[in-house]
Ligand binder design. Structure first.
Ligand SMILES: Cc1cc2nc3c(=O)[nH]c(=O)nc-3n(C[C@H](O)[C@H](O)[C@H](O)COP(=O)(O)OP(=O)(O)OC[C@H]3O[C@@H](n4cnc5c(N)ncnc54)[C@H](O)[C@@H]3O)c2cc1C
Length: 411
């Protein structure tokens, strides 16, 4: 029987090592550090805690798990990384402490894949060491982010330089980043439209790079910035990947990055379900604890069913990435399912906590507000559904069965 749902011993050992570090070292340091809870010094304390904990992670050999050893990492494959990221997400700071935070994690993979040797030394090396941060600038307020062929940011060739002008927003981590990977239109008439954009590395010290504001979202201000690029001049060597490869780069980046999000969301979902059950077991109403009520048990059962399916989907998608198989359909399905599961399970946990769940006395309110963006960022629900449906039709037309589009599993 070839199907084995246990991790190989070395992956399980890695997962447990990270788990112990997150629960034993990181979590106790997080107490009272939530910047949304009113302490004006909370952010400074948070940064200090991350710096100290990063030292611990490096000393314990838990740094950069997603990067190859040549880049100071542990060289974990996607499945092992799934296990680590989901453990990290059960704490507030876990991803930052091991240098796996978005968008740097995705940018590291992108640079590893597309950068020249010189670009890697200049930008990837310090990112891997944790001495710099970065951002990824694609989305624009004026056009639908769901369709990057519509981007208006223009890069025009002048001699051996490129001059970039444009307007971006929701650029995560922009404040404090030392460089950005910017997607801009270089060839407006190229066919297909996917060949019109290119990627550039832009240093944020460039005089044309302006952070307009840290956008206040429904969850507060979390360094998702509006940016103006005004006559940003960069040398020809600043292009990342080939001319016209901006769309391809975005796709290569987004596949594993979506999966990384899914892994973190699974950790969050499990935390919410744990809290739901914990509260239901001790809250007493109408003659028994909530856990004895069928209406509450249905919430537990639905959440468990959805979370179980989420874990299987993510592990299967990670397996396909790891084995070099076409993973696009599985990653789309996993991203859609996990994002919606996250939202529903946190909402149920809030329901069971009543007023306490609505308050800021538990992390649930903040988790719900954060969860909302998961259903439209990195591919909106409807766009994933559109792609999933196209693949279902394609599979049916090719083989007279939709089987290949539902995981291609042998059942
Ligand atoms: C917290 C957060 C962090 C982010 N970080 C970054 C970042 O670091 N860098 C970056 O470049 N961007 C970032 N984004 C932007 C994000 O990638 C975009 O929000 C996303 O791509 C959607 O684009 P949009 O907001 O322009 O929505 P639109 O494209 O305008 O879509 C709005 C809605 O229209 C519907 N829709 C769109 N297309 C279709 C379709 N074909 N069929 C059916 N319905 C459709 C969907 O319901 C969708 O939710 C971030 C966003 C958030 C909220």
């Amino acid at each position: 029987m070839a199907i084995d749902f246990t991790f190989p011993p070395e992956v399980e050992a890695t997962r447990l090592r990270f788990r112990e570090f997150f629960q034993g070292t990181v979590k106790p340091r997080e107490d009272g550090l939530d910047p949304d809870r009113g302490d004006p010094d909370a952010r400074a304390k948070l940064v200090q805690a991350v710096l100290e904990l990063r030292g611990d992670a490096k000393r314990e050999g838990l740094w950069n798990p997603h990067m190859p050893p040549a880049w100071g990492g542990l060289g974990l494959g996607p499945t092992a990384q799934a296990a680590v990221s989901s453990e990290a997400a059960k704490t507030m700071l876990g991803s930052y402490v091991i240098n796996c935070q978005a968008p740097d994690e995705g940018n590291m993979h992108t640079l590893l894949h597309f950068a020249t040797a010189e670009q890697k030394e200049m930008y990837l090396r310090p990112l891997c060491e944790g001495s710099t941060r970065s951002c990824f600038a694609m989305t624009e307020p004026e056009v639908a982010g769901s369709d990057p062929t519509l981007l208006r940011t223009r890069a025009v060739e002048e001699g051996d330089e490129w001059v970039i002008n444009g307007h971006k927003w929701f650029i995560s981590g922009a404040r404090g980043a030392s460089f950005a990977i910017v997607i801009a239109k270089t060839d407006p008439d190229a066919e297909p439209p996917q060949a019109r954009n290119s990627a550039f590395i832009v240093e944020t010290s460039n005089p044309g790079w302006h952070v307009v504001r840290d956008i206040e979202s429904m969850a507060g201000s979390h360094n998702h910035c509006e940016i103006r690029l005004e006559d940003v001049r960069v040398p020809a060597e600043a292009m990342l990947g080939g001319r016209g490869e901006g769309h391809k780069l975005g796709q290569v980046r987004l596949g594993p990055a979506r999966l990384a999000h899914c892994m973190r969301w699974i950790g969050q979902t499990e935390t919410a379900l744990d809290m739901l059950v914990d509260r239901a077991q001790e809250r007493f109403s109408h003659g028994s604890v909530l856990a004895d009520k069928q209406g509450i048990q249905w919430m537990m059962a639905d959440s468990a069913l959805e979370l179980y399916a989420a874990k299987l989907m993510v592990l299967h998608a990670a397996y396909k990435v790891e084995h070099g198989l076409d993973f696009r359909q599985e990653v789309s399905m996993a991203k859609h399912h996990v994002a919606n599961t996250l939202w529903r399970v946190i909402d149920r946990a809030i329901q069971v906590h009543g007023a306490l769940g609505y308050s800021r006395d538990t992390p649930l309110a903040g988790m719900l507000l954060q969860a909302r963006w998961s259903r439209f960022a990195d591919g909106a629900d409807e766009v994933h559904q559109m792609r999933i449906a196209k693949n279902v039709i394609k599979a049916y037309e090719a083989a007279g069965t939709t089987s290949a589009a539902t995981g291609g599993l042998p059942i």
